[in-house]
Ligand binder design. Structure first.
Ligand code: MG
Length: 296
């Protein structure tokens, strides 16, 4: 669901000393860690082709590509902007540590390891990562995904549709006459309405579904493995749930309108699929609101 906290963390451990790799595997032996190892910077780069680490723990002195060079190779790549990078090294002079800091590493573990310190550093990196992820991916008011994140997720899900052909539906919902809510009750109450509706929708979703805020009072829901009929049943249930809410200090009642489009029947690319759902939403509005319409 939307609060979808990660529960498995991918960790890439890079060291030319096989004993160190084995030791780290023992220290981090936990179901929540998925460890991949590499013996030098070059092998690590190769592994990144089909592995997306949350944390990289990397030796400095290694053949082929050393720790500094590997760090520099990925430092400015967008896909690693949330990845924590930890150096582990016996190089512990001030100069070494400063050089690590200059390479933008998040932490420095000195060899030989103190097991307790090692685990503490990894745990604090994970906490930081979760906080960052929350900030970067979620809408501050409603706590569902923000537009950038939900669009990214839709692109990823549509790749799966193209590969496997399973249906996926999207639902765009818009709160009816939301401007009147703000005008009548003020923006703080309007914000409460937005947050309540987002929470209601979020709680109504299955674990694989996603919701994001894509406009002022507009939300995009992604329903993987769901055909048009399934999406219509879900959306109408959500519509009725929201119509039954009594929100905030002023007992505000609102309704939503929604438009559904399904891949691959209506479109398989993001833009045409969203356009179809938008057109259906527009039709729901024109037909009198408080209703769900599907794309044709
Ligand atoms: Mg080494």
């Amino acid at each position: 669901m939307g609060e979808f906290e990660k529960s498995i963390f991918n960790i890439l451990v890079v060291d030319d000393d096989e004993n160190v790799l084995q030791l780290v595997k023992i220290i981090l032996a936990d179901r929540k860690y998925n460890l991949v190892t590499a013996h030098d910077g070059q092998e690590a780069l190769d592994k990144l082709g089909n592995f997306r680490p949350d944390i990289i723990i990397c030796d400095i002195l290694m053949p082929n590509l050393d720790g500094y060079q590997f760090r520099d190779a990925i430092r400015d790549r967008d896909e690693y902007y949330l990845t924590s990078f930890i150096f582990m090294s016996a190089k512990t002079t001030t100069e070494d540590r400063v050089r690590g800091i200059e390479h933008g590493v998040d932490a420095y573990i000195t060899k030989p390891f103190d097991v307790v310190e090692f685990r503490a550093i990894v745990n604090s990196m994970i906490k930081k990562r979760l906080q960052l992820e929350r900030l970067v991916n979620h809408d501050a008011l409603t706590h569902v995904y923000n537009k950038r994140k939900i669009i990214g997720e839709l692109d990823r899900e549509l790749q799966r549709v193209k590969r496997y052909g399973n249906p996926l539906s999207i639902l765009i919902i818009d709160i009816d006459h939301f401007k009147q809510v703000n005008d009548t009750h003020g923006h703080p109450e309007g914000d409460t309405v937005l947050a309540t509706i987002a929470e209601t929708a979020l709680n109504s979703l299955r674990a694989i579904d996603m919701i994001g805020r894509i406009g002022g009072e507009e939300f995009l829901l992604i329903l993987p493995e769901t055909d048009l009929n399934g999406a219509l049943i879900y959306a109408d249930r959500l519509r009725m749930m929201i119509a039954a809410l009594v929100i905030g200090a002023n007992d505000i009642k609102v309704t939503i309108s929604g438009g559904i489009a399904t891949a691959p029947v209506h479109a398989v690319d993001r833009e045409p699929l969203i356009r179809k759902a938008d057109e259906a939403l527009y039709e729901a509005k024109r037909a009198g609101r408080d209703r769900i319409v599907n794309a044709r």
